[in-house]
Structures are given as C-alpha cells and as structure tokens.
Ligand binder design. Structure first.
Ligand code: DX5
Ligand code: ZN
Length: 229
C-alpha cells in the first residue's frame, strides 16, 4: 500500500527443516507478510519449493503469503498455489506471452495479482498492466538465488513506477526483492518502494525481530525523506 512500509521475510533463506517455526518466528518478530520464492529449474537455474510447501505453512500464520513465481508457464500452476493458500501471486513478465490474461486468471481465483521484472528487463515492459495489478515487484538481483548483492541501478525503475502511480492515480504496491538489508532500506523507500523483501538479512541472524525492526526504522526514515521532496 503506498505510504506504508511493509517488511516481507523471504523463506528461501529460512531453515527448511523447521519451516513452520521459522515462519512463526518471523511473524512474532513483526513481519508484515511472508514472501515465498518458487523456482522451477527452468526459468531460473535453481529449484526451491511448490504448492505443498505453501499448504504446509498456511495454517501456521495469519500473514499474507506473497508467492513469487519464478517459473515457466506460470498460468498452469495458479490454481494449485491459490488452493494451497497463497494470498497474492506475482508472475514474471518475461515468462508470460499474455500477461493480461495471466493476471486476469489470478483475479478470477480471488487472489491479488502482481507483475515482476528481472534486472535486464525495462520497466516499460510492465506499463500496459499497471491498472490491472495490486503489486509491481522490481527485482534488484537476477532471480534464482538468495544472498546476492543489491543492484542499485534498478532504482530508476522504482522512481518511474512511483511517478506513474502518482500521475495516473493508481494504487499498486511497489515491492523490491534482492539484496535488501537495513543499510539500503532507507534509500529504496526514498526511491519509491514500500514492500521490502529480505531473505538473508532476516533469516541470516539470530533475532529476526531485531533485524525486522532495524529495517523498518530505516525504511520509515525513507518514507519521511519522500514526503520532504
Ligand atoms: C531471488 C528471490 C529473493 C531472495 C532474496 O531470486 O526472489 O526473494 O530470496 O534473498 P536475499 O534477501 O538474500 O537477497
Ligand atoms: Zn522473491
């Protein structure tokens, strides 16, 4: 939601041997939503998890399950993720020959729809779909792996998405994913993002609440910078 910071721990960096407890610890630590990275070994060179894992964590948290599909032919799996308990489903514009149709199918399943682009893909690629989505996700690393370094050059995309949202009276959430940590949270929010995905920066520490609070404090400073512009 524009104007409100949200911290979204990515379970890709959690301990999969104790995933339910990890999700509960993130919620207890103040997470606003749980980011779920789905990788198929084709769209990205890594395999992570599928609908059964979403189904497994659904009963342990009240938080939004924010499912990020890094898979080919995502439209073939929307129903499975919706039934498993996803609240929002975000698809890569690069993976969809007809994004409008895929986003329409997500809505038909009663879920929030998001569109995402990888770093090499221009922001104009998602422009035709802005009126149809609740979320635009900007990848700040090449998708496939956690723990990579943030790519600051993608912030020109959050600038543009933020300007388009304001000029056109739209309300989509701007999410950023990859290499986000307390040290860059202020800057990414100042540049237009408000939902901050973080895997290693949260699950890589012992005290998730402390990590989340540190990110939120920086992000809220970024919101204040924005309103001074
Ligand atoms: C990357 C995933 C990210 C990843 C973020 O392909 O989409 O959500 O888990 O991990 P960190 O925060 O460690 O960069
Ligand atoms: Zn992700």
């Amino acid at each position: 939601m524009p104007g409100t910071v949200q911290i979204a721990p990515s379970i890709l960096a959690a301990d999969f041997g104790h995933l339910g407890a990890e999700v509960q610890a993130a919620e207890a630590g103040g997470a606003d939503l749980i980011h779920v990275d789905v990788m198929d070994g084709h769209f990205v060179p890594n395999i992570s998890l599928g609908p059964v894992v979403v189904e497994g964590i659904r009963p342990v948290t009240k938080l939004e399950l924010d499912v990020h599909l890094m898979i080919e032919s995502p439209w073939e799996y929307l129903e499975a993720f919706a039934e498993a308990g996803a609240d929002s489903i975000t698809v890569h514009v690069e993976a969809c020959p007809d994004p409008a149709d895929t986003l329409g199918r997500i809505h038909a399943l009663g879920k929030r729809a998001g569109i995402v682009m990888s770093p090499p893909t221009p922001v104009e690629s998602v422009e035709p779909f802005l009126e149809q989505v609740e979320r635009v996700l900007v990848m700040s690393v090449n998708p496939g792996f956690g723990g990579q370094s943030f790519m600051p050059e993608v912030l020109t995309k959050t600038d543009t998405l933020s300007r388009w949202r304001r000029e056109r009276g739209l309300t989509y959430d701007i999410e950023i994913d990859g290499g986000i940590k307390a040290a860059n949270s202020r800057q990414v929010v100042e540049r237009g993002a408000e939902t901050l995905v973080a895997g290693s920066a949260i699950f890589g520490g012992d005290d998730y609440g402390e990590r989340i609070r540190a990110m939120r404090a920086e992000a809220e400073a970024g919101l204040a910078d924005r309103s001074r512009d």
